[in-house]
Design a protein around this ligand. Structure first.
Ligand SMILES: C[S@@+](CC[C@H](N)C(=O)[O-])C[C@H]1O[C@@H](n2cnc3c(N)ncnc32)[C@H](O)[C@@H]1O
Length: 476
């Protein structure tokens, strides 16, 4: 990223809560399934990556280095130290990418907020601290042994303490005068205002312009299980929260960066408000959820207005991904054909052959049928096709799809053909075993699974957003 190029950084990094977050996919009835796939790991441990991040930051010198060294003197090699070592160089880079008028909002909770504020002071300078916002909610379980922990902390730092952008008019809210402590006065024109005396000067706050919310926000509820915007992505934040943050410090067309964008709440809010956005996440799942969220919310054409960086675009890149991270590769391939990934337990089953499933209705109101998917990153083995045919039979599925990074041999194609056809209620025939290579998935248009016209019952849909706007954007 270029220096001084973004107007707002919002980040909601994993909190060191020592949890693994899982995402639910829908089962064949369209309900949330017990089957989950691991979304991201929120568990940090002292490993080579942590040591490397620590050493590189310390060697760069300066206040951030001194702060990390101080942390290490008492945290030793605890998980918290690994987390802070990961955060430090990222915050330094984020600050570099911010324009002089830009702000950073770091969303966290009491697990690490005390350390993160010290770290932010080191990166930005304590003078650039603007607000510590308590976002209060009342959802989830309630402790009976201590006061329920029902707020997150959002630290706001500006890049420079003078001249940072703030747009009062975009975030002021109407306030009920009966709840005000200060008296309400009327000016010569008959308009109501409140006044604040500073160094002998009078400042007037006109009530028709609304007032700013305090630094504790109780008017934006967390997403409850029935919330329409819920996408089943763990830790998903409400769009209204991001709208307030984006509106407070940016104008239309300005650039919002979220380097831990999850299911893309900031991306969605930025799109809705006509901002240009850049979202980054380490998991293919997150990027997949966001692309669907955007097309469900703004129409399929939206995909032309942003660029997706980091997904394989050539067979070589797909092979490299398969080598580096087998699961990310499988996930990418499965989602490329619109199926949903199998849960961890299914993958570990005796045959190990089920990497994904897809459900479809055979005709409107028809019975739900199943497609089983298997993905092979390395070389295909002779019996891969036959094993898949066996699993399809056993699972009472109607079609099996084998996705491979290499091209199948003629014998494999013959084995696949020997499995015959599935005859749909319409009378049309679809090959029971279908072989798709990564090269075919990357073709334009990409190869697809052949199956009867489907009503997709695989994932949560984001509600349609009524204010479409096409800005040039980027997802990494
Ligand atoms: C708390 S979630 C963000 C949720 C998001 N605010 C939303 O509303 O959907 C944190 C995200 O950080 C991602 N993540 C974890 N480590 C990362 C890294 N090193 N780089 C980029 N993203 C990372 C995880 O995959 C996860 O999606």
């Amino acid at each position: 990223m270029k220096d001084e190029s973004v107007d707002l950084v919002y980040l909601d990094p994993p909190f060191n809560s020592q949890k693994n977050y899982n995402m639910l996919f829908k089962d064949k009835t369209g309900k949330r399934a017990a089957a989950q796939i691991k979304t991201f790991k929120d568990t940090w441990g002292w490993d080579e990556g942590a040591e490397r991040a620590y050493v590189e930051t310390v060697e760069a010198g300066g206040t951030v280095a001194e702060t990390l060294v101080a942390f290490r003197s008492f945290l030793k090699q605890k998980d918290m130290m690994a987390y802070l070592s990961m955060m430090a160089p990222r915050l330094v880079e984020l600050r570099r990418a911010m324009k002089p008028t830009a702000s950073l909002f770091l969303h966290c909770d009491p697990t690490a907020s005390h350390y993160l504020k010290v770290l932010l002071d080191a990166v930005f300078g304590a003078g650039n601290f603007v607000n510590e916002i308590a976002w209060c909610y009342d959802t989830g379980g309630r402790s009976k042994t201590y006061f329920p922990r029902k707020h997150d902390t959002i630290f706001w730092y500006s890049k420079t303490c003078k001249g940072f952008a703030f747009h009062y008019d975009q975030v002021a809210i109407a306030r009920d005068p009966s709840t005000m402590h200060e008296s309400v006065l009327t000016d010569e024109m008959g308009r109501s205002y409140q006044r604040n005396m500073k160094n002998g000067r009078e400042y007037r706050y006109y009530l028709d312009k609304g007032v700013l919310p305090n630094d504790w926000w109780t008017d934006i509820p967390a997403l409850n299980p029935a919330a329409k915007e819920r996408l089943d992505y763990p830790t998903q934040k409400p769009v209204a929260l991001l709208e307030r943050i984006i509106n407070s410090v940016t104008l239309r067309g300005e650039i919002v960066l979220d380097p831990f964008c999850g299911c893309g709440t900031s991306v969605d809010a930025a799109q809705k408000l006509g901002r240009t956005w850049i979202g980054i996440d380490i998991t293919a799942l997150s990027i997949d959820v966001i692309t669907r969220r955007l097309s469900d919310g703004y129409g399929a054409d939206i995909s032309r207005s942003y660029r997706l960086v980091g997904e394989p675009t050539t067979v070589q890149e797909a092979e490299a991904l398969a080598k580096n991270n087998k699961y990310q590769f499988q996930f990418w391939a499965i989602r490329r054909v619109g199926a949903s990934p199998a849960s961890g337990t299914e993958k570990k089953g005796a045959d190990g052959g089920i990497d994904g499933r897809k459900f479809f209705h055979d005709g409107l109101g028809g019975v739900i049928k199943q497609i089983i998917l298997s993905v092979k990153g390395g070389k295909l083995k002779m019996d891969d096709v036959r094993s898949l045919a066996y699993v399809v039979e056993r699972e009472k599925a109607v079609i099996g799809v084998l996705i491979s990074s290499g091209e199948p041999t003629p014998t494999m194609r013959a084995d696949a053909a020997a499995a015959g056809f599935y005859t749909a209620t319409s009378g049309e025939k679809y090959p029971r075993i279908q072989l798709l290579s990564v090269g075919q998935l990357l073709n334009d248009p990409p190869a697809r699974i052949e199956y009867p016209h489907a009503l997709d019952v695989t994932h949560e849909r984001a509600p349609r957003v009524l204010l479409p706007s096409a800005e040039q954007t980027s997802l990494m």
